[in-house]
Design a protein around this ligand. Sequence first.
Ligand code: V0D
Length: 279
Amino acid sequence: MPGKLLTSNRNAYPLPPPRGLIYRYRVITLGEKQREEELIELISLRGLPRHVAIIMDGNGRWAQKRGLPRIAGHRAGIDTLRAIVDCAQSIGIKIITLYAFSTENWKRPPFEVKFLMYLPEKYLHRELPSLMEKNIIVRVTGELSDLPEGTRMAINEALEATQNNTGMILNFAFNYGGRKEIISAVKKICAEVRADCLNIEDITEELFTGYLYNGDIPDPDLLIRPSGELRISNFLLWQLAYTELWFTEILWPDFQRENFLQAILDYQIRERRFGDIKF
Ligand code: V0D
């Protein structure tokens, strides 16, 4: 029994007291580095999720809470993105999918939409050298055809430049909608059936998966959704069928490496708990 207690204590590892200094937008507590190292040690004892998906939510709310314009939140979100990509790579995660801009986001204020449309371009121009240095493969999942020319070009440049890298896959879900993705797969399949290139009897789950935007990427093992929303919101509908879901109230700009590591550790503990009854 003492062994069991230890496991659940680890699960609810207490946060260090918020003693610290303010670095840009957030408070860096003095115990943070230590806690991160402890979490990494615990994580290294078990198998890692291969593919982690994250909904980068809460940027607008983070800014509004501070009386800042919503785009200030998106800017702060980029710092988090950088930190989490770094952290994921350092512990050996193979694939990370980030949900950035859904097809529904077109309904936001026009100024914000315009800003968001240019973010990938700005992000990729600034980050591409460092992504190359880190041997990262950039991928994108979503409807790229209705994007502005400059955005499409920046994305294609990044896809091409990083396609022969061999490190972590950084997959951006951009202008993505889960139902739209499924419909687009159905249409491609129907066209092949009508052209007599495919038999209806041959349509299987595996075949269907191959018609999705990123048919070659395995399903996520873990989904992280910050900012307190407890929904899937049309993200990876087909692919999340067996994914472990992990939610937190923390807004994306406040999300830190240790929160990411905690999610991984919780995932590992769940895996182990249900390990014996899994097929
Ligand atoms: C804003 C926090 C990178 C979330 C991160 C328009 C909100 C920064 C990309 C990106 C966004 C997208 C595609 C791509 C390469 C990079 C991005 C959006 C928002 C949606 F190929 N950051 N980022 N896209 N934010």
